[in-house]
Design a protein around this ligand. Structure first.
Ligand code: UD1
Ligand code: UDP
Length: 387
């Protein structure tokens, strides 16, 4: 069986590592994987570092699409992906998450009848002003095999008309939906030990054995709206100044570019001058895991980082008005604080008080989501061949 795996943005490269590893270790005689990188992310610290560090095979193709408006970026990808799919004629196109690369793959493959496998299916924010919400709905509704990391995701699909009772052979008109756990959890388990051996980030930042907080901000409605961006960074500065504990911020290039433009001048200067605000370039996955697992608390608008906070049993402040990862909030380990300065500082104080008492029961599978996905893909091909 031949699959084409589409990657493009940082989290997709990381997620793809789990299935590539499962194929290499357990399914190399059954599955040949071709990797296509759209080039949506292209800086070395947003792309190549993950391919090298997570032992993902070098992409067979790179479309080098780069940055652009939604239309320009997505359209360029569709053209390139279609050409590759027509040449490679895979049994499946495997898509991750909800980026413009996911949407481009969805459109390219569905029009030429290549079955789509959507990993991270069923997630919904119920906020269609998010570009990702549109991308993920489109991907789910064109897919043949849908793998949800959570029970909530599976239920969302059922509410949208997907039938859990469908039996193979599956197709785009008769899709199979599965709750299989999270490939990101597979990765966090797998790379946790390796990170302790290989990462030097805590030494480099002189934080070994010291308390610190971690934050990431990159969501377009935070970076592009000055009011929101100012509120978030004012809260960060206040927390750091009151507690004298460092806050590490690996900055997505989008945020790095917009901080200077969208923060008011005084706040920008104060942030630069505050030694406990550590603005650093994006870090590798092993470094990120070390920071997540050793910090006291996490502030983030990232989907992936919210979950990793949970995997590493850290309270998380979600810098958004809603989340797809409702289980984390329900469990009391994440609080939605939006871009509201008082909510951020109040939630921080709350978690400082109750942090030690939080419980993090396993919600994201058994660390073998990728193996499950590979088995279902193979099983469906076998049933199709028999039919
Ligand atoms: C994209 C995804 C988002 C995901 C995020 C992961 C969409 C619509 N959004 O957002 O869902 O959470 O990736 O990180 O697909 N840039 C660089 N170098 C790079 C990549 C980007 O400088 O290697 C800068 C460019 O100025 C670019 C901006 O970041 O315009 C935004 O990049 P883009 O890929 O369009 O969206 P993200 O914000 O990264
Ligand atoms: N990540 C990383 N280095 C960083 C920031 C994030 O390796 O400097 C990882 C993080 O551990 C997670 C993934 O990138 O696995 C999340 O990606 P991102 O926040 O860019 O996107 P999202 O998950 O919101 O789509």
């Amino acid at each position: 069986m031949k699959i084409v795996t589409l990657i493009g943005a940082r989290p997709q490269i990381i997620k793809a590592a789990a299935l590539s590893r499962a194929i290499k270790n357990s399914f190399s005689t059954e599955i040949k994987e071709i990797i296509v990188h759209t080039g949506q992310h292209y800086d070395a610290n947003m792309s190549q570092v993950f391919i090298d560090e997570l032992s993902i095979p070098e992409p067979d193709y790179n479309l080098n699409i780069g940055s652009g408006s939604h239309g320009t970026q997505t359209a360029g990808m569709i053209v390139g992906i279609e050409t590759i799919l027509l040449r490679e004629k895979p049994d499946y196109l495997v898509l991750y998450g909800d980026t413009n690369s996911t949407l481009a793959g969805t459109i390219a493959a569905s029009k030429i009848h290549i079955p789509i496998v959507h990993i991270e299916a069923g997630l919904r924010s119920f906020n269609k002003s998010m570009p990702e919400e549109i991308n993920r709905i489109m991907a789910d509704h064109a897919s043949t095999l849908l793998f949800s990391p959570t029970e909530t995701g599976l239920q969302n699909l059922i509410h949208e008309g997907f039938d859990k009772g469908n039996q193979p052979p599956f197709s785009a008109d008769h899709p199979g939906i599965f709750h299989c756990g999270d490939v990101m959890y597979d990765n966090s388990l797998f790379f946790k030990k390796i990170a302790v051996e290989k990462s030097h980030i805590l030494n480099e930042l002189k934080l070994e054995g010291k308390p610190f907080f971690l934050a990431t901000v990159h969501r377009d409605n935070n970076t592009d709206q000055p009011k929101r961006l100012n509120a978030i960074f004012k809260a960060f500065l206040e927390i750091v100044q009151e507690n004298r504990i460092p806050l590490v911020l690996p900055l997505h290039p989008r945020t790095a570019r917009l901080l200077h433009k969208n923060l008011n001048r005084k706040l920008y200067r104060d942030l630069q001058q505050e030694e406990n605000i550590r603005l650093i370039p994006p870090v590798s996955f092993l470094d990120m895991i070390m920071l997540e697992s050793r910090c006291e608390m996490i502030f983030t608008d990232s989907g992936g980082v919210q979950k990793e906070a949970y995997f590493f049993e850290k309270p998380t402040l979600i810098l958004r008005s809603e989340t797809e990862w409702k289980e984390i909030v329900k469990q009391g380990c994440g609080l939605i604080v939006n871009a509201d300065k008082s909510k951020i500082t109040d939630a921080f104080t709350y978690f400082q008080k109750v942090g030690e008492t939080l419980k993090f029961p396993n919600l994201f599978g058994d660390g073998k989501a990728a193996e499950f996905i590979a088995e279902i893909m193979i099983g469906n091909k076998l049933v199709q061949a028999d039919a």
